[in-house]
Design a protein. Structure first.
Length: 84
């Protein structure tokens, strides 16, 4: 299920074990896929992941650290339960 894959990738970034460039490319492919239709929560999360590899500048920290991504993960899970 695509929602489980989104959650898995959010968790991997939040845990610091993800290749952010790969996650960014994956999210972009999902958003731009022909005929893809996403519910509001999934689109929200994919839009966050698309750009997850951006930094403040060359050699600088990521714009969004693991703690912030962990907060997004918690919000994603909350929204999924509410849609349940």
């Amino acid at each position: 299920m695509a929602e489980d894959e989104i959650e898995r990738r959010l968790a991997a970034v939040a845990g610091g074990g993800a290749d952010r460039d790969a996650v960014d490319r994956w999210a972009g492919r999902q958003l731009l896929a022909d005929g893809a239709e996403w519910d509001e929560t999934s689109r929200w999360a994919l839009e966050l992941l698309f750009g997850i590899d951006l930094r403040h500048g060359p050699g600088k920290p990521y714009l969004h650290d693991e703690e912030q991504v962990g907060e997004w993960l918690a919000e994603y899970r909350r929204r999924r339960r509410a849609e349940g």
